[in-house]
Structure formats: structure tokens, C-alpha cells
Design a protein around this ligand. Structure first.
Ligand SMILES: [Zn+2]
Ligand SMILES: [Zn+2]
Length: 333
């Protein structure tokens, strides 16, 4: 089979790889669509020590069952899936918070990912989709679920209902775009998105109907927002988020570009800010994302660009250089 292999920093190659075999409790999916994630970009830059050259990346997939070692799984049935492979037995898994499972491993990181014609995965990671759901929509389940999980966690901390809140989203990639569309759907009073790429700003205005600002030209106003989502997670955006939020407001930290940086703990304390972290999604979030995508909450998805798997190496370069207006590029093997 053909697979897009991460061969060296800033290098991807389409190579011939052996067809995967399903291990015990596993299925092999014929991949129909797979999204390029910010974390794949991070790996491609050589910045993720967990993702080493020789790996097939890609964890935002949809596909059809090709083969299986599990009874009751019909070949041809289409699924998306949870790329986090969890133990199913620990405290967190039992509580349904399987994103926090300490034993978790991940597709496209600790095992070959979905930038390929076929991929094996445990049957317990499969997430059902309506069989007529387009592959592009199904492959968006994972990034949408990330936004869904983040928004749900933060809504519990807002003091006033969302329809009374002014919100700022920092970063207009797939997570920022999904969060913006979800906040719109949930009736946020006022929404602004900060994004560097002018093509993406246009897409955000068109699809999420929000104000946008270019952080290179203007900073978000200080103490102006009840709720801020940092979907970049760099030292600069983290500080921007903490400045832009009103006293008593909530900052949700989703992206993770810089691991550590100094933040203004004095402001956090004196202004009673709530700073929250969020990591990925639970299986319940993935199911909610499938349902939301299917019901059209995230629009017609014309903010997603499709390209063939062979065009993957160029897609990484285009994303890196900000040449694509799309908040997400989905590859189709
Ligand atoms: Zn991802
Ligand atoms: Zn577990």
C-alpha cells in the first residue's frame, strides 16, 4: 500500500509499505479521508520527540472496514475513530474521562497513523457514523471533538450564560474555527477571533460570522472578554489571553506550542481569573461531534480543503507558509 511517511524534519515521502494485518481485537480500515493536524505539523518540523522519522502520521481519519479479527464487524461499514487507545479499566476510563488514561497510546504517534491507504486500529477505538456521512465531515470528528470538549469544560466555569458573554478565540485553525462555529451555535453574545493568516481571517468572517483581528496589527483590548479560548498555546498568545479576559472571566488553554512560560499570577489572583487546561476529547465528545457535524452545526464545511494523499508533502509546506485559506486540509488516499 501507499503511505505518506515522515522521513526527516520538513520531509514527507510517499512510499510503499506492507499492508497492515489486524492484530487480536483489531480491524484494518481502508482510509477514505484524513486531516492534517497542527500536531502533525509540529512533528514534521522535528519538534515532537515522541514522533520520530520513519513514522506514518495522521490521526483524524474516516474509513471503511477492510478486515477484522473481531466477530460482528461487517466489512465495508464506515467509521471514524478515537486515535487515543486507552486501557478501559483505570479510574479515568471507568469514569468516561478516557482522555486522561495514564496508559494511553496514540495512532500516528506510538503506532502507524492514517496518512496511508490502510491502517489497523483496535475495535474499541471505532466511533460509529451515519453510513451516508461524507468522508470529509467524518474525518473532522477529531478536531471538532477537541473544540467541543474545551467549550463544554469552560461553560461550567462561566458565571453568566454564554448568550450574555463576549468571547475571544485566539487562532483560526480547525480548533479555533470549530470553537467559533460551536460558540455561534450556542448563542454567544459577541465573538471575535484573532488570526495571523489573512486568508483564514476571511474564511472565519464568512463561515463563523465573527469579527476578526490581525494580532500583528492590533492586540485584543485588555479586560474586554468574559471568555477567551487560546487555540494556539504559545507564550505570547497565553499572555494575550490573560490580558484580554475581564476580571472574573475564564481562559481556556487548548493549543500547546510552547510548553512552559511565565504568566502574570498577580493578575490571575487579584482579578479572580479562571485558567483551564483541556486535552483532546472523551469518546462522548467524539460521538457528540459526529452528531453535530451531521446536523450541520459546523456549516457546509467549505472551510475544509481536500487534496489527494500524493499531494500531502506539498500540503504540509502550504500550511507552514500560510498559503492555504483552509482551516483544515484533508487528504484522500
Ligand atoms: Zn489532531
Ligand atoms: Zn485507562
Amino acid at each position: 500500500m501507499k503511505a505518506l511517511v515522515y522521513t526527516a524534519p520538513e520531509e514527507m515521502q510517499l512510499l510503499e509499505r506492507p499492508m497492515p494485518e489486524p492484530g487480536p481485537g483489531e480491524v484494518v480500515l481502508k482510509i477514505e479521508a484524513v486531516g492534517i493536524c497542527g500536531s502533525d505539523m509540529h512533528a514534521w518540523h522535528g519538534h515532537d520527540p515522541r514522533r520520530k522519522p520513519g513514522l506514518v502520521l495522521g490521526h483524524e481519519f474516516a474509513g471503511a472496514i477492510e478486515s477484522s479479527t473481531v466477530d460482528g464487524i461487517t466489512p465495508g461499514t464506515r467509521f471514524t475513530g478515537n486515535p487515543l487507545i486507552t486501557c478501559g479499566r483505570c479510574e479515568y476510563c471507568v469514569q468516561g474521562r478516557n482522555n486522561l488514561c495514564a496508559a494511553r497510546t496514540m495512532v500516528g504517534m506510538t503506532r502507524p497513523g492514517a496518512f496511508a491507504e490502510y491502517m489497523s486500529i483496535p475495535v474499541t477505538s471505532l466511533v460509529a457514523i451515519p453510513q451516508e456521512m461524507p468522508a470529509r465531515a467524518a474525518a473532522l470528528t477529531e478536531p471538532v471533538a477537541t473544540a467541543w470538549h474545551a467549550v463544554n469544560l469552560s461553560l461550567r466555569s462561566l458565571v453568566r450564560p454564554l448568550h450574555e458573554c463576549r468571547a475571544l478565540v485566539i487562532g483560526g485553525g480547525a480548533i479555533g474555527m470549530s470553537a467559533a462555529l460551536l460558540l455561534r451555535h450556542l448563542g454567544v453574545a459577541d465573538l471575535a477571533v484573532s488570526e495571523r493568516n489573512p486568508l483564514r481571517r476571511q474564511a472565519l468572517e464568512k463561515h463563523a460570522g465573527c469579527r476578526t483581528l490581525d494580532p500583528a496589527a492590533e492586540s485584543p483590548s485588555d479586560s474586554a472578554f468574559d471568555y477567551v479560548i487560546d487555540a494556539v498555546g504559545a507564550a505570547a498568545t497565553r499572555n494575550q489571553a490573560l490580558s484580554a479576559v475581564k476580571p472574573g472571566g475564564v481562559v481556556m488553554h487548548v493549543g500547546l506550542q510552547d510548553w512552559a512560560s511565565e504568566i502574570d499570577m498577580r493578575r490571575l489572583t487579584l482579578d479572580e481569573l479562571t485558567l483551564l487546561g483541556t486535552y483532546t476529547y472523551t469518546t462522548a465528545d467524539l460521538r457528540a461531534a459526529v452528531d453535530g457535524l451531521h446536523r450541520g452545526i459546523f456549516g457546509d464545511l467549505s472551510w475544509v480543503e481536500e487534496r489527494p494523499l500524493e499531494a500531502g508533502p506539498d500540503a504540509f509546506v502550504d500550511l507552514d507558509e500560510g498559503r492555504s485559506a483552509a482551516a483544515k486540509i484533508v487528504l484522500k488516499p
